[in-house]
Design a protein around this ligand. Structure first.
Ligand code: SAM
Length: 236
């Protein structure tokens, strides 16, 4: 069970959806903790990690910043939007959801999005955010490869953003990505196998997010290049 601390004023009905996975404790303030722990206050669910007193919350501002019409960091999202062909409002499986920044941004761009995330604590934060904001995105705590290999369900687009292997670089990724790296650890995925499997379950295209300098896998139809990342697009 994942420890979850909550303010005394939080009502049982708010906590009920989390009961199958969490053990509840009451606290006035986020406590000092020794393992990743959840915190629930008036603003919803957030994550407590050792060595940082500020809870991490998935919030809408991260998405708005990534929305081209909202200004800000438009480049990564317009790359993502182009790579996924959002103009035709496709159904998209975001097969490695994380905190959902990419998948939820695609939803804001008009796609019908389903998100899979394997790590329970990450999925809880994601699904609570999606519910709280009424974003209308289906999220599942699910291991992608075993689902795809045992189900015939199909999507127009399958979007793949597995963890990049950690590199010793001076520039750190943003806080959400640093937390994911700590929570989830190294990637154990066979990316080629995942790509093949995804091609057999997508109707229109598979999009693979890579670091700009990573090797190319197979034969993408085209690429959308960003400064530090790129999207390899495999049309079907
Ligand atoms: C790089 S992160 C995704 C970040 C995401 N695109 C975002 O915008 O927040 C990759 C995520 O995939 C999840 N993951 C890794 N292997 C998985 C698998 N086999 N099935 C489902 N999720 C997996 C990890 O737990 C991690 O949260």
């Amino acid at each position: 069970m994942i420890p979850l601390y909550h303010k005394p004023a939080i009502r049982a009905v708010q906590l009920e959806p989390l009961a199958p996975w969490c053990q509840f404790f009451i606290a006035d303030q986020p406590p000092k903790i020794e393992q990743p722990t959840l915190w629930y206050d008036h603003a919803g669910l957030s994550l407590l990690v050792t060595g940082n007193s500020h809870p991490f919350r998935v919030d809408e501002s991260s998405l708005v910043k990534r929305n081209p019409s909202g200004g800000g960091r438009a480049q990564p999202l317009s790359g993502l939007g182009k790579a996924c062909g959002v103009a035709s409002a496709p159904s998209v499986l975001d097969a490695f959801g994380g905190f959902g920044f990419d998948g939820l941004s695609l939803s804001l761009l008009g796609c019908e999005v389903t998100i899979f995330e394997r790590e329970r604590i990450v999925w809880l934060l994601l699904s609570e955010f999606v519910e709280r904001c009424g974003l209308g995105v289906a999220t599942h705590c699910r291991e992608t490869m075993s689902f795809l290999s045992t189900n015939e369900q199909r999507w127009d687009v399958i979007y793949l953003d597995p963890m990049f292997p950690q590199r010793h670089k001076r520039a750190l990724p943003n806080r959400g990505m640093q937390l994911l790296q700590n929570l989830v650890g190294a990637n154990d995925l066979d990316i080629e196998e995942c790509l093949q499997m995804s091609k057999s379950r997508a109707r229109q295209r598979v999009v693979l997010k890579r670091r700009a300098k990573d090797e190319i896998i197979g034969h993408p139809s085209h690429q959308i290049l960003g400064r530090s990342i790129r999207f390899d697009v495999y049309m079907l």
